[in-house]
Design a protein around this ligand. Structure first.
Ligand code: ADP
Length: 432
């Protein structure tokens, strides 16, 4: 019986009960007392059912389940119905949750769930293996007490999760991990760690290979270059038709030496710890030197080169690295700007942090090339780059130096109008 039907029957029963009371009351000549007694009985019974029902609702295990009749039995059925549906939903959710946990548990990547207090809520078996976790001991523990690696902790608390973190696994330093953090809900975080040992080793092999080849080439190259120079100094009559060839050999050996030097510099930037050789660097004197060198490079081309720099603004970093990055950018501006063009070098404290920029009125770069400029050997125009003495490694060096100084390279350019290359550093790098 539905609740509506139960109400109908209840009303009929109340009507019949009222008729009975009236007829008994009239028969006995005591209408009011009989009706009074009947109503008291009726409401008393409902009150009793209400008390039993509410007691059972609050503590179903302690109080017997009521088995009433009439409207109360319909209400009980409705309650049973609702709780049955709730149970079914709960079972479904439980099934879903355990399926989800099972599949996450089977993932080859480590997964950890941190609550809003930074405590460990859940982790899968791979996470237990990488981070040395034990379910009974570590559930609910603060992550800082479990993974003490300072680089990991500063990444986790830094809140900037745009780039993943590479770190050795706490249980085994031979395993390299790539850690990503994804915040969700209210202050919760999902931590994922991937084993990148193989990738890491390949990267080391590649790096060592390039460094070793460059190193091995350097000595024979110096010898050849030296001989070429000695032969060039011989008298014209002796050289004869070889003069032209020797000049070509000289240009090419110089070019090769530059490439080898840039490759070695890149591999040094890749292998050294990022804070090696860092201190307070006065940028202004460096820029004055670069300005002189740029004017010499420009030579007869007569570029108008200006410097506008804050001489009190100093940076915490590695002076040699910064000098080679800034030199690359300024020399590029000279090399890719036609004779007589304008080049402005600036160093100032912007609202976003200290900035170095080089603006030129040169050939500019089409937008499709800009995202790839910092790749090794990427050139917009190979012929022009070679002709002007480029190695194709300059901007790769700039990018590495900036990464080691937590900086960013911003490029704005328009073909035919010119380019602006800006290096932006974080405020924390300003030396006080
Ligand atoms: P390269 O030694 O060839 O100059 P870089 O890595 O320094 O190598 O630069 C990569 C490419 O970016 C260059 O080949 C050139 O095409 C382009 N480029 C760099 N700077 C400028 C600039 N100021 N104006 C126009 N193009 C530039």
């Amino acid at each position: 019986m539905s609740l509506a039907e139960a109400w109908r029957s209840e009303l009929i029963a109340v009507g019949l009960f009222a008729l009975l009371l009236i007829s008994v009351g009239l028969g006995a000549g005591q209408l009011l007392p009989v009706i009074w007694a009947g109503l008291t009985l009726y409401f008393g019974w409902h009150l009793y059912q209400l008390v039993r029902f509410s007691r059972w609702l609050v503590k179903p295990k302690r109080h017997p389940r009521p088995h009433p009749f009439g409207i109360w039995s319909a209400v009980m059925r409705r309650v049973d119905d609702l709780s049955g549906r709730g149970q079914k939903r709960k079972r479904k959710l439980n099934r879903l949750l355990s399926g989800f946990l099972e599949s996450t548990g089977a993932l080859p990547d480590a997964t950890l769930v941190l609550n809003d207090e930074g405590k460990l809520d859940w982790w899968n078996s791979v996470a237990a293996e990488f981070f040395g976790l034990e379910r009974k001991r570590d559930k609910g523990a603060v992550i800082d007490d479990l993974i003490a690696d300072p680089i990991f902790l500063s990444y986790l608390h830094g809140g900037n999760y745009a780039r993943p973190l590479q770190m050795p696994a706490p249980v085994n330093a031979n395993i390299s991990l790539e850690v990503r953090v994804a915040p969700y809900g209210k202050g919760k975080r999902l931590l994922q760690a991937r084993d990148i040992t193989r990738l890491h080793q390949l990267e080391i092999v590649r790096r060592d290979f390039v460094a070793n080849v460059s190193h091995e080439i350097r000595t024979p190259l110096t010898v050849v270059h030296g001989y070429v120079e000695t032969m060039q100094e011989s008298d014209e009559a002796f050289l004869g038709p070889w003069k032209q060839i020797l000049n070509q050999m000289h240009v090419q050996t110089v070019r090769m030496q530059r490439i080898v030097d840039d490759l070695l510099l890149l591999s040094r930037l890749e292998t050294r710890a990022s804070n090696e050789g860092q201190g307070v660097v006065g940028i202004y004197p460096i820029l004055r030197g670069i300005l002189e060198a740029a004017r010499q490079l420009s030579g007869d081309d007569g570029h108008r080169i200006s410097l506008d720099a804050d001489d009190r603004l100093r940076l915490v970093g590695n002076g040699h690295e910064l000098e080679s990055a800034f030199t690359n950018l300024v020399f590029n501006a000279v090399r890719y700007t036609p004779a007589g063009g304008e080049i402005q070098i600036r160093w100032w404290l912007s609202g976003n942090g200290p900035c170095f920029s080089v603006a030129d009125s040169g050939i500019g770069i089409a937008p499709e090339h800009i995202p790839r400029l910092t790749e090794r050997f990427y050139r917009v125009d190979v012929g022009r780059s070679r002709e002007s003495g480029g190695t194709g490694l300059g901007l790769a060096i700039v990018k590495h130096v900036l990464t080691r100084h937590d900086g960013q390279l911003l490029v704005e350019s328009e073909p035919g109008k010119g380019s602006v290359f800006t290096c932006r550093f974080p405020h924390e790098r300003v030396a006080t």
